[in-house]
Design a binder for this molecule. Structure first.
Ligand SMILES: O=C(O)CCC(=O)C(=O)O
Ligand SMILES: [Fe+2]
Length: 228
């Protein structure tokens, strides 16, 4: 179930298009869960820059999780605690999509929702990320001054369905290589998560999802097994 390291992934999407991407996964937080053997040795400052990025990203992520908790009318710590508090992990992924001329046959990442709590993504200037809204695929604009925030399945469930996990996909560019760097904020594999108890009040608010140990949830989702 552990995903760290390099991989080339081939898949078919629903329309039968081939999907391929090379990616690297490595954890960036907490320090006790970081294995530097999965981190690239070059460029020389990779480790320093990424350690710095991890600290900033953790701060930003905690702020946003606090706001999302307040948005549910809960204590600021509620969602972070639901994900596991101090044991929450930050998993870096680097996606590499080579240029591709035949957009009808090939897609970078087929449509999906992220399995984790919340994702923070930056990408290079080659466009490709699309979000599904009102029955359409919408291109996500390139930005150098912002970060893309994607709600994942864990927050969908922890919020008892109040926050929707966002369906998205990545297409490939005809001429440019596309690289994206999502960071997945997720429970540690042994953490059990469930709809927050504070949200289960009265009969109208029965839990919509059963509790899951994250490793079982992740396994079932990645193997496309039924979850409910
Ligand atoms: O490359 C992208 O912009 C999206 C990648 C993605 O959704 C993922 O790796 O989960
Ligand atoms: Fe994703």
């Amino acid at each position: 179930m552990d995903v760290e390291g390099y991989r080339t992934k081939y898949q078919k999407d629903l329309e039968g298009r081939n999907a391929w991407v090379d990616h690297l996964f490595h954890r960036i937080w907490p320090p006790s869960r970081v294995s530097y053997r999965f981190w690239p040795k070059l460029p020389m400052d990779y480790r320093e820059v990424n350690e710095d990025y991890a600290k900033h990203l953790k701060k930003l992520s905690e702020k946003i999780m606090e706001w999302l908790s307040e948005g549910l009318g809960l204590r600021r710590e509620a969602l972070i605690e639901g994900l596991g508090g101090e044991t929450v992990e930050y998993l870096m992924k680097i996606n590499y999509y080579p240029p591709c001329h035949d957009q009808d046959l090939v897609i970078g990442a087929p449509d999906h929702t992220d399995v984790n709590g919340i994702t923070f993504l930056v990408a290079n200037e080659a466009l490709g990320l699309q979000a599904f809204k009102d029955n359409h695929w919408i291109d996500i604009k390139y930005t150098t001054s912002g970060i893309i925030v994607i709600v994942g399945d864990q927050f969908h469930r922890i919020s008892n369905g109040k926050y929707m996990s966002a369906k998205h996909r990545a297409t490939m560019d005809k001429e440019k290589t596309r690289i994206s760097w999502p960071i997945f904020v997720e429970s540690s594999l042994d953490h059990e998560f469930a709809p927050l108890r504070e949200l289960i009040t009265g009969e109208d608010n029965a839990p919509k999802f059963k509790p899951y140990v994250y490793k079982d949830f992740k396994f079932r989702k990645l193997k496309k097994l039924p979850l409910d």
